[in-house]
Design a binder for this molecule. Structure first.
Ligand SMILES: Cc1cc2nc3c(=O)[nH]c(=O)nc-3n(C[C@H](O)[C@H](O)[C@H](O)COP(=O)(O)O)c2cc1C
Length: 196
């Protein structure tokens, strides 16, 4: 059997009192039950990134910026696939998440991305649709099915259990697609490094 896919789970919300960790931990349990994937949860509260960028094409000059990036960038580079856990903020995704995405480029290239979104009425799906555009620019492949949780506080308990079995089914469907693309693209990158 192929070695397990390394899946970086990027938790995009950094708000005080956020619900994001409950969603991320519920989803992480799905990954932990699979033998074809390993998970690395990147929480942007634990590993914040600078918001001031260097001159385009140049590395960051500030030592503290280099240090902050070193806690995130190698983990994205090592990943075979990504899952972005995002709330919807003002019909889009949070600025903290865009900042983390924009700090990187080659780390995303030719890799699949799945989404676990949550929010109010829209279940976070408007954030997902905007993220698909962003990830296309970064030569990443977004998988068709996303997990969308409407009012997740009524669906996922702090114990990590989903009150709605549809949420578990959606997580499995998305991960099955991510697995197919993850293996296919890992083999393709090994055979023909992506540099287009
Ligand atoms: C600044 C802000 C804007 C929001 N905008 C939307 C929105 O446009 N659509 C929506 O369905 N929910 C919206 N919400 C509700 C959030 O999706 C919901 O509170 C979610 O739990 C936020 O994620 P977090 O708790 O991890 O920060 C918004 C929340 C905040 C804080």
């Amino acid at each position: 059997m192929d070695s397990p896919l390394r899946v970086a789970v990027l938790l995009g919300s950094t708000r005080d009192g956020r619900f994001g960790p409950v969603v991320a931990n519920w989803f992480r349990a799905h990954l932990d039950r699979r033998d074809d994937m390993t998970a690395d949860l990147i929480d942007l509260v634990e590993t914040p990134l600078p918001t001031v960028f260097p001159v385009l094409g140049q590395p960051p000059a500030a030592e503290e910026h280099v240090e902050l990036l070193s806690a995130v960038s190698p983990r994205l580079a090592a990943a075979d696939a990504f899952v972005i856990v995002t709330p919807e903020y003002n019909r889009s995704f949070p600025a903290s998440l865009k900042n983390a995405i924009d700090w990187h480029n080659r780390e995303w290239n030719a890799k699949p991305v799945g989404f676990v979104a949550y929010g109010g009425f829209s279940a976070g799906l408007r954030a997902v649709e905007q993220l698909r555009l962003v990830m296309a620019e970064l030569h990443a492949v977004t998988v068709r099915d996303a997990v969308g949780l409407q009012a997740p506080w009524a669906q996922i308990g702090h114990d990590g259990a989903a009150a709605n079995p549809g949420a578990d089914a959606a997580a499995k469907a998305m991960l099955d697609q991510l697995a197919w693309w993850g293996h296919a693209l890992r083999e393709a990158r090994a055979a023909r490094p992506y540099g287009v």
